[in-house]
Ligand binder design. Sequence first.
Ligand code: ADP
Length: 250
Amino acid sequence: MLKGTEEACPETAREATGLKQFDDLREAFLTMLGHELQTPISIIKGYADTLIRRADQQNDKFLLQGLRVIEDENDRLGRMVEKLLFASRISTGTSALEKEPIQFPILVRNMVRRLKPLAGSHSFEIRFARGFPPVMADPGLMEQVVSNLVENAIKYSPQGSKITVSGSVSGKRVLVSVSDEGIGIPAEKMEHLFERFHTVEDQAVHVAKGMGLGLYICKAIIEAHKGTIEAASQPRKGSRFTFSLPLEDV
Ligand code: ADP
Protein backbone atom coordinates (compact mmCIF):
# COMPACT_ATOMS: atom_id res chain seq x y z
CA MET A 1 0.00 0.00 0.00
CA LEU A 2 2.71 2.41 1.01
CA LYS A 3 4.85 1.30 -1.92
CA GLY A 4 1.96 1.86 -4.32
CA THR A 5 1.42 5.29 -2.81
CA GLU A 6 5.10 6.10 -3.19
CA GLU A 7 5.08 5.02 -6.82
CA ALA A 8 1.91 6.93 -7.52
CA CYS A 9 3.25 9.98 -5.78
CA PRO A 10 7.09 9.85 -5.80
CA GLU A 11 7.59 13.57 -5.15
CA THR A 12 5.46 13.52 -2.00
CA ALA A 13 7.23 10.41 -0.70
CA ARG A 14 10.62 11.96 -1.36
CA GLU A 15 9.54 15.17 0.29
CA ALA A 16 8.30 13.25 3.34
CA THR A 17 11.59 11.33 3.62
CA GLY A 18 13.52 14.57 3.15
CA LEU A 19 11.48 16.28 5.86
CA LYS A 20 12.03 13.39 8.28
CA GLN A 21 15.78 13.50 7.62
CA PHE A 22 15.74 17.25 8.10
CA ASP A 23 13.84 16.85 11.40
CA ASP A 24 16.32 14.18 12.62
CA LEU A 25 19.26 16.38 11.64
CA ARG A 26 17.75 19.39 13.39
CA GLU A 27 17.12 17.29 16.49
CA ALA A 28 20.72 16.03 16.52
CA PHE A 29 22.07 19.53 15.94
CA LEU A 30 19.97 21.11 18.71
CA THR A 31 20.93 18.39 21.18
CA MET A 32 24.62 18.76 20.34
CA LEU A 33 24.41 22.55 20.55
CA GLY A 34 22.64 22.31 23.92
CA HIS A 35 25.28 19.99 25.36
CA GLU A 36 28.17 22.07 23.98
CA LEU A 37 26.75 25.27 25.49
CA GLN A 38 26.41 23.82 28.99
CA THR A 39 30.15 23.92 29.76
CA PRO A 40 30.85 27.57 28.82
CA ILE A 41 27.65 28.62 30.60
CA SER A 42 28.74 27.01 33.87
CA ILE A 43 32.29 28.44 33.54
CA ILE A 44 30.87 31.96 33.01
CA LYS A 45 28.60 31.44 36.02
CA GLY A 46 31.55 30.40 38.21
CA TYR A 47 33.69 33.41 37.21
CA ALA A 48 30.76 35.85 37.49
CA ASP A 49 30.00 34.58 41.01
CA THR A 50 33.62 34.96 42.13
CA LEU A 51 34.01 38.41 40.58
CA ILE A 52 30.70 39.60 42.04
CA ARG A 53 31.90 38.66 45.50
CA ARG A 54 35.19 40.52 44.93
CA ALA A 55 33.47 43.65 43.48
CA ASP A 56 31.10 43.57 46.46
CA GLN A 57 34.01 43.47 48.94
CA GLN A 58 35.70 46.38 47.11
CA ASN A 59 32.38 48.23 46.95
CA ASP A 60 32.88 48.81 43.22
CA LYS A 61 29.28 49.63 42.23
CA PHE A 62 29.94 50.05 38.50
CA LEU A 63 31.68 46.68 38.22
CA LEU A 64 29.05 45.02 40.38
CA GLN A 65 26.24 46.27 38.17
CA GLY A 66 27.94 45.03 35.00
CA LEU A 67 28.72 41.64 36.51
CA ARG A 68 25.12 41.20 37.67
CA VAL A 69 23.93 41.80 34.10
CA ILE A 70 26.40 39.15 32.89
CA GLU A 71 25.14 36.75 35.57
CA ASP A 72 21.44 37.38 34.78
CA GLU A 73 21.87 36.99 31.04
CA ASN A 74 24.00 33.90 31.52
CA ASP A 75 21.29 32.42 33.75
CA ARG A 76 18.71 33.21 31.05
CA LEU A 77 20.86 31.48 28.45
CA GLY A 78 21.21 28.52 30.82
CA ARG A 79 17.44 28.23 31.18
CA MET A 80 17.01 28.36 27.39
CA VAL A 81 19.56 25.58 26.92
CA GLU A 82 17.85 23.49 29.61
CA LYS A 83 14.51 23.93 27.81
CA LEU A 84 16.10 23.01 24.49
CA LEU A 85 17.60 19.80 25.88
CA PHE A 86 14.40 18.98 27.74
CA ALA A 87 12.29 19.44 24.59
CA SER A 88 14.60 17.22 22.62
CA ARG A 89 14.52 14.50 25.33
CA ILE A 90 10.73 14.63 25.19
CA SER A 91 10.50 14.49 21.41
CA THR A 92 12.86 11.49 21.29
CA GLY A 93 10.93 9.84 24.14
CA THR A 94 13.98 9.50 26.40
CA SER A 95 12.37 11.08 29.47
CA ALA A 96 10.78 8.40 31.68
CA LEU A 97 7.82 9.28 33.93
CA GLU A 98 8.30 8.80 37.66
CA LYS A 99 4.78 9.08 39.01
CA GLU A 100 3.80 9.67 42.62
CA PRO A 101 0.71 11.18 44.32
CA ILE A 102 0.83 14.95 43.87
CA GLN A 103 -1.04 17.53 45.93
CA PHE A 104 -1.53 20.25 43.32
CA PRO A 105 -2.64 22.98 45.77
CA ILE A 106 0.71 22.61 47.57
CA LEU A 107 2.77 22.33 44.38
CA VAL A 108 1.11 25.48 42.98
CA ARG A 109 1.55 27.45 46.22
CA ASN A 110 5.27 26.58 46.35
CA MET A 111 5.74 27.41 42.68
CA VAL A 112 4.01 30.79 43.02
CA ARG A 113 6.22 31.57 46.03
CA ARG A 114 9.31 30.63 44.01
CA LEU A 115 8.26 32.82 41.06
CA LYS A 116 7.31 35.86 43.19
CA PRO A 117 10.64 37.64 42.49
CA LEU A 118 9.80 37.54 38.75
CA ALA A 119 6.27 38.73 39.32
CA GLY A 120 6.81 42.36 40.42
CA SER A 121 3.44 43.77 41.44
CA HIS A 122 1.25 41.01 39.99
CA SER A 123 -1.17 39.53 42.50
CA PHE A 124 -1.99 35.85 42.72
CA GLU A 125 -5.14 33.98 43.60
CA ILE A 126 -4.94 30.23 44.17
CA ARG A 127 -8.34 28.56 44.17
CA PHE A 128 -8.67 24.79 44.46
CA ALA A 129 -11.97 23.00 45.12
CA ARG A 130 -12.25 21.67 48.66
CA GLY A 131 -11.04 18.07 48.79
CA PHE A 132 -9.11 18.40 45.51
CA PRO A 133 -7.69 14.87 45.24
CA PRO A 134 -4.05 13.82 44.93
CA VAL A 135 -3.11 13.06 41.32
CA MET A 136 -0.63 10.41 40.12
CA ALA A 137 1.96 12.28 38.06
CA ASP A 138 5.68 13.02 37.76
CA PRO A 139 6.32 15.86 40.27
CA GLY A 140 9.34 17.39 38.48
CA LEU A 141 7.47 17.46 35.18
CA MET A 142 4.31 18.91 36.75
CA GLU A 143 6.41 21.68 38.33
CA GLN A 144 7.77 22.38 34.87
CA VAL A 145 4.24 22.68 33.41
CA VAL A 146 2.95 24.94 36.19
CA SER A 147 6.06 27.13 36.14
CA ASN A 148 5.95 27.54 32.31
CA LEU A 149 2.29 28.57 32.45
CA VAL A 150 2.68 30.93 35.42
CA GLU A 151 5.87 32.48 33.96
CA ASN A 152 4.01 33.14 30.68
CA ALA A 153 1.08 34.65 32.60
CA ILE A 154 3.55 37.00 34.35
CA LYS A 155 5.41 37.81 31.11
CA TYR A 156 2.35 38.58 29.02
CA SER A 157 0.23 40.57 31.49
CA PRO A 158 0.67 44.06 32.91
CA GLN A 159 2.09 44.87 36.34
CA GLY A 160 -0.59 45.05 38.98
CA SER A 161 -2.91 42.60 37.24
CA LYS A 162 -4.15 39.34 38.74
CA ILE A 163 -3.08 35.79 37.92
CA THR A 164 -5.41 33.02 39.03
CA VAL A 165 -4.50 29.37 39.37
CA SER A 166 -7.51 27.17 39.98
CA GLY A 167 -8.31 23.49 40.18
CA SER A 168 -11.49 21.43 39.98
CA VAL A 169 -12.64 17.87 39.42
CA SER A 170 -14.71 16.87 36.41
CA GLY A 171 -15.78 13.23 36.36
CA LYS A 172 -12.65 11.08 36.33
CA ARG A 173 -10.31 13.97 35.56
CA VAL A 174 -8.87 16.97 37.34
CA LEU A 175 -8.64 20.35 35.64
CA VAL A 176 -5.99 22.96 36.49
CA SER A 177 -6.16 26.44 34.93
CA VAL A 178 -3.82 29.42 34.87
CA SER A 179 -5.61 32.65 33.91
CA ASP A 180 -4.23 36.12 33.39
CA GLU A 181 -5.56 39.59 32.55
CA GLY A 182 -2.92 40.18 29.92
CA ILE A 183 -2.48 41.01 26.27
CA GLY A 184 -4.15 37.82 25.04
CA ILE A 185 -3.45 35.92 21.85
CA PRO A 186 -4.91 36.73 18.42
CA ALA A 187 -7.47 34.10 17.26
CA GLU A 188 -5.47 33.21 14.15
CA LYS A 189 -2.42 32.33 16.28
CA MET A 190 -4.24 29.88 18.53
CA GLU A 191 -4.01 26.90 16.19
CA HIS A 192 -0.21 26.63 16.27
CA LEU A 193 0.34 27.83 19.83
CA PHE A 194 1.59 24.50 21.18
CA GLU A 195 3.98 23.81 18.31
CA ARG A 196 7.71 23.84 18.82
CA PHE A 197 9.48 27.19 18.21
CA HIS A 198 6.15 28.91 17.73
CA THR A 199 5.96 32.46 19.06
CA VAL A 200 3.39 35.18 18.43
CA GLU A 201 5.25 37.85 16.48
CA ASP A 202 2.93 40.81 16.52
CA GLN A 203 2.30 41.11 20.25
CA ALA A 204 2.89 44.69 21.31
CA VAL A 205 4.83 43.75 24.39
CA HIS A 206 8.34 44.35 25.51
CA VAL A 207 9.43 41.13 27.08
CA ALA A 208 12.56 39.09 26.57
CA LYS A 209 11.72 36.96 23.57
CA GLY A 210 11.50 33.24 24.30
CA MET A 211 12.15 30.37 21.94
CA GLY A 212 8.59 29.12 21.74
CA LEU A 213 9.40 25.91 23.61
CA GLY A 214 7.46 26.36 26.86
CA LEU A 215 4.00 25.44 25.61
CA TYR A 216 5.37 22.65 23.43
CA ILE A 217 7.02 21.17 26.52
CA CYS A 218 3.79 21.56 28.55
CA LYS A 219 1.78 19.75 25.89
CA ALA A 220 4.31 16.93 25.55
CA ILE A 221 4.39 16.43 29.35
CA ILE A 222 0.62 16.52 29.77
CA GLU A 223 0.04 14.15 26.85
CA ALA A 224 2.65 11.75 28.25
CA HIS A 225 0.36 11.63 31.32
CA LYS A 226 -2.66 10.92 29.07
CA GLY A 227 -4.05 14.40 29.71
CA THR A 228 -5.00 17.31 27.49
CA ILE A 229 -4.09 21.00 27.44
CA GLU A 230 -5.88 23.88 25.75
CA ALA A 231 -5.88 27.65 25.62
CA ALA A 232 -8.67 30.21 25.51
CA SER A 233 -7.91 33.85 24.97
CA GLN A 234 -9.37 37.24 24.23
CA PRO A 235 -6.96 39.82 22.86
CA ARG A 236 -6.35 42.66 25.35
CA LYS A 237 -8.49 40.88 27.98
CA GLY A 238 -6.45 37.85 28.94
CA SER A 239 -5.70 34.18 28.44
CA ARG A 240 -6.53 30.97 30.21
CA PHE A 241 -4.54 27.75 29.88
CA THR A 242 -6.23 24.61 31.21
CA PHE A 243 -4.77 21.14 31.49
CA SER A 244 -6.60 17.99 32.49
CA LEU A 245 -5.16 14.81 33.98
CA PRO A 246 -6.84 11.47 34.54
CA LEU A 247 -7.62 10.47 38.12
CA GLU A 248 -5.89 7.15 38.71
CA ASP A 249 -5.97 5.15 41.92
CA VAL A 250 -3.37 6.60 44.27
P1 ADP B 1 8.07 31.48 24.89
O1 ADP B 1 9.31 30.87 25.40
O2 ADP B 1 8.24 32.26 23.62
O3 ADP B 1 7.26 32.19 25.93
P2 ADP B 1 5.90 29.53 24.82
O4 ADP B 1 5.84 28.25 24.05
O5 ADP B 1 5.80 29.44 26.30
O6 ADP B 1 7.26 30.20 24.38
O7 ADP B 1 4.79 30.48 24.27
C1 ADP B 1 4.63 30.63 22.85
C2 ADP B 1 4.02 31.97 22.53
O8 ADP B 1 2.67 32.00 23.00
C3 ADP B 1 4.72 33.13 23.25
O9 ADP B 1 5.80 33.62 22.48
C4 ADP B 1 3.61 34.15 23.39
O10 ADP B 1 3.55 34.92 22.21
C5 ADP B 1 2.33 33.30 23.46
N1 ADP B 1 1.84 33.17 24.85
C6 ADP B 1 2.08 32.14 25.72
N2 ADP B 1 1.45 32.34 26.90
C7 ADP B 1 0.78 33.51 26.80
C8 ADP B 1 -0.08 34.27 27.67
N3 ADP B 1 -0.38 33.86 28.90
N4 ADP B 1 -0.59 35.43 27.18
C9 ADP B 1 -0.31 35.86 25.93
N5 ADP B 1 0.49 35.20 25.05
C10 ADP B 1 1.03 34.04 25.47
